[in-house]
Each structure stands twice: as structure tokens, then as C-alpha cells.
Design a binder for this molecule. Structure first.
Ligand code: HEC
Length: 212
């Protein structure tokens, strides 16, 4: 440290230094502003109660659970909009082509069916749902009855007591829409080739309004 030529600004700042000197570099004593320090302390104090509240194991509080509850509420509200769907061929075909509803069917599938039918329906424990051959299905509405009642003595579980009737119709529409993707799965073709699904019929009330 050069002691013969003092830094002219040195004296003025003397009382604001910590007294630590390294190679002539002094450390200023600049405390954090009070507001900053208290926000910092408060954010640390906030963490344990937050963690305990949301991750302490009380059911229904984690972000995922609140989200699925909100999602279920929202789906229920939307279900009021479409009423209770009947698992008829016409209804299932109709919902194959309504993207936002097909997405609800796809969520049901992702939640309950992928463990046995594979992520994209390519098959696993259960048969491939993307090809043209089926074991228990001849007509499109048979998809809904297999889902409702199960098959092969429960190897395919029965879902009528676990899914809302609309969910059964929407997941049936989703399953029907997988046909033709012909994904390669771990199982070979099972069952028989069945005729194509019926065409979409547009009823009068669904047809675009004629403004002329
Ligand atoms: C525990 C495993 C398992 C789960 C979960 C499961 N399935 Fe299945 N599923 C099967 C099995 C096994 C079969 C074949 C039954 C048979 O051999 O007759 C099957 C058959 C089917 C069929 C008829 C296929 C055909 O070729 O006849 C459809 C459609 C189907 N499942 C849809 C679903 C849907 C939709 C879900 C979810 C809501 C679901 N499955 C959940 C195991 C499962």
C-alpha cells in the first residue's frame, strides 16, 4: 500500500469503510437498503409455511391437484352445455370431428387407458386400437359398450361406474379416430377386419345457417 500519496477522496469516505484493506483496495461499508433486506428476509420466512401448506401432503392443495380439480369443474360446466350424450353411432361419429371435444376424449384416454393400450393406442397389455382389426368391436357404438362393460372377464376393465357417460362417448370418439393410424405396436393384429365407420351425417340444426 502506498502511504506517501494519500488518495484525496480517502478521508471523506473513511467512516464508510469496513477497515478491510487489500493491496490498497478498501472495502466500503454499504449496508443493503432496509426495504431490500426486509423483502429478502420476508421471502425466506415465506418459504417454510408455503412448502408445508402446498407440499406437506394435505390432499387437494398441490398445484397439480388444484389444476385437475379446476379441469374437472370446467369439464362438468362444459358437459352442461352438451347435455348427456347417448353412446349411439351418430353421436360418436359426430364427436370424432369436433376437435375441442375430441381433446377431452384424448385426456380421458391419457389418464385411464394408456397403461394398457399404449400412449397413442398402439397396444400393450390391451390390443392395438389404431389398426383395422378388432376383437370386440364390429360397429362404432360397440367401442362404447366395451368401455362401459369391459371385456375378457375384466382384462379390459369396466368403466361405466368410473367415467361420466359423456366421457365414455368422448373417449369412444377418440378411440374411433385412432383407427387408420396403423401404428406398430408390440402385439400382432388381433381379431377380424371390420367395415369402415359410418360417415359423418350433418343434421339440420348443425348445418351452417343459410343467410340468404
Ligand atoms: C388393465 C388394462 C386395460 C385398461 C386400463 C384399459 N383397457 Fe381396453 N382392453 C384391455 C384388454 C386386455 C382388451 C382386450 C379384451 C379382449 O381380449 O377381448 C381391451 C380391449 C379394449 C377395446 C376393444 C378392442 C378390440 O379389439 O375389441 C377397446 C375399444 C378398449 N379396450 C378401450 C379402452 C379404453 C377407452 C380404456 C380407458 C378408458 C381402456 N380400454 C382401458 C385392457 C385394458
Amino acid at each position: 500500500m502506498n502511504t506517501t500519496t494519500p488518495d484525496p477522496t480517502h478521508d471523506a469516505d473513511d467512516e464508510h469503510t469496513t477497515g478491510h484493506v487489500y493491496d490498497g483496495i478498501e472495502e466500503f461499508d454499504n449496508p443493503l437498503p432496509g426495504w431490500w433486506k426486509w423483502i429478502f428476509v420476508a421471502s425466506i420466512a415465506f418459504c417454510p409455511p408455503y412448502w408445508i401448506y402446498y407440499h406437506g401432503g394435505t390432499p387437494g392443495r398441490s398445484i397439480e391437484e388444484t389444476y385437475s380439480v379446476a379441469l374437472a369443474d370446467n369439464t362438468r360446466l362444459q358437459f352442461e352445455e352438451i347435455g348427456e350424450l347417448q353412446p349411439t353411432a351418430e353421436t360418436i361419429v359426430k364427436y370424432m370431428y369436433e376437435d375441442s371435444w375430441r381433446r377431452v376424449g384424448s385426456i380421458v384416454f391419457q389418464t385411464h387407458c394408456v397403461s394398457c393400450h399404449g400412449r397413442d393406442g398402439e397396444g400393450k397389455v390391451g390390443p392395438n386400437l389404431t389398426d383395422d382389426v378388432y376383437k370386440n368391436v364390429t360397429h362404432i357404438e360397440d367401442i362404447a359398450s366395451v368401455i362401459n362393460n369391459g371385456a375378457a372377464a375384466g382384462a379390459m376393465p369396466k368403466w361405466s361406474n368410473r367415467l361420466h357417460p359423456n366421457e365414455v362417448v368422448l373417449v369412444s370418439a377418440y378411440v374411433a379416430s385412432l383407427r387408420g393410424m396403423d401404428l406398430d405396436g408390440p402385439r400382432g393384429p388381433e381379431g377380424k377386419t371390420i367395415p369402415p365407420w359410418p360417415e359423418l351425417t350433418v343434421s339440420d340444426e348443425d348445418a351452417p345457417a343459410d343467410d340468404s
